[in-house]
Design a protein around this ligand. Structure first.
Ligand code: PMV
Length: 337
């Protein structure tokens, strides 16, 4: 069939949400309950190569050179099935992924991973899609991946809640958010690089199903998003940071109230959160956010990033600290075939 290029390689960067995605309204289509908003990073890229293997009877998937197994493999094969269904090309594929970020540790490896896979697989299978359509495709791999299609600040629309599945699917995509002058940095404190006990997928489901705090958070997150857009628009880093921090801590509160509780914060996370409070008392604009893991990301001005990194490193009890700036959207590297 037309347009398939045989082999394609794509690179994508992780994104960190300032307004969190937490909770699905449709598990199959990966439609979120709320809009979310993130910054794409310029560190920890994922590079993924997809090569069609006509005649092969199964997909061959490696992560960092090691064959993928279990849930990780199943999710990638399910995603390739969707691309095969859309393209009408039934070939199996060889997929090689190189992550530069610890996998499954709340450092957004699934966001960069499925964004890179969506771009590479679409090209290899001959699907000619615009960035917005690619973001909808990436969403089917991992919700947060929809946002890594774009660079800098990005909003992911929850989409239409009434109407058909197709209308909902078409209206849930990510796009860039214009901002005023911000010059932000995100200091990433890796307090534990090991994989998490509870996947974000399972934790989200449990929270929506059992947490009495979920609905109030989802409602307040709507207001947070509107305020966040205004704060970004006027380049108000203090307001951006305050809104991001309360939105993230609120999300963690919903999980703590789930039955049974999901707790990603560790003693080391709290020590880093304390150091962020101390930075603010010392007059440095620094604000924390956390995802489905114990690691802490600190938003600050680029000019303050070294100082923030030093403080956070001292608090992170030997953990690595990385400084990220706004990064690029996902892109195709090579095309041959
Ligand atoms: O895309 P997932 O299923 O890995 O979920 C990501 C959820 C959070 O990282 C906690 C929040 C977010 O918006 O990225």
């Amino acid at each position: 069939p037309t347009g398939a290029t045989d082999t394609a390689t794509a690179v994508a960067h992780p994104n960190i949400a300032l307004i969190k995605y937490w909770g699905k309204r449709d598990e199959r289509l990966i439609l979120p309950r709320t809009d979310s908003l993130s910054m794409t990073l310029d560190i920890f890229p994922t590079t993924t190569r997809v090569h069609l293997a006509p005649g092969a009877d199964h997909d061959e998937v490696t992560l960092g050179g090691t064959p993928a197994e279990g849930e990780a493999r199943r999710r990638i094969v399910t995603f390739l099935d969707l691309v095969r269904e859309r393209s009408g090309v039934a070939d199996r594929a060889v997929v090689d992924t190189e992550n530069t970020v610890p996998t499954g540790a709340g450092l957004a490896s699934s966001a960069s991973g499925f964004a890179a896979l969506a771009v590479a697989a679409a090209a290899a299978y001959g699907l000619d899609l615009e960035a917005i359509a690619l973001s909808r495709l990436a969403r089917r791999g991992s919700g947060s991946a929809s946002r890594s299609l774009f660079g800098d600040f990005v909003v992911w629309h929850a989409g239409r809640e009434t109407g058909t599945d197709e209308e909902a699917d078409l209206s849930s995509y990510a796009e860039p958010v214009p901002t005023g002058p911000l010059d932000p940095a995100l200091v990433v404190a890796v307090v534990n690089a090991g994989p998490k006990d509870v996947s974000s997928r399972a934790a989200m489901r449990r929270t929506v199903d059992t947490s009495p705090l979920y609905e109030p958070w989802a409602l307040s997150s709507k207001g947070d998003l509107a305020e966040m857009r205004r704060a970004l628009g006027r380049g108000d880093l203090e307001a951006v940071g305050e809104i991001a921090e309360r939105n993230a801590l609120g999300m963690h509160a919903t999980m703590l109230a789930a039955r049974p509780a999901v707790r990603y914060m560790s003693p080391a996370s709290l020590t880093v959160l304390d150091s962020v409070l101390q930075l603010r008392r010392d007059g440095v604009a620094a604000y924390a956010t956390m995802d489905a893991g114990p690691n802490v990301k600190v938003l600050c001005r680029a000019a303050d990033a070294d100082r923030v990194a030093d403080t956070v490193r001292a608090a992170a009890q030997g953990g690595a600290v990385h400084i990220a700036r706004p990064g690029p959207g996902a892109r195709l590297l090579t095309e041959d075939g």
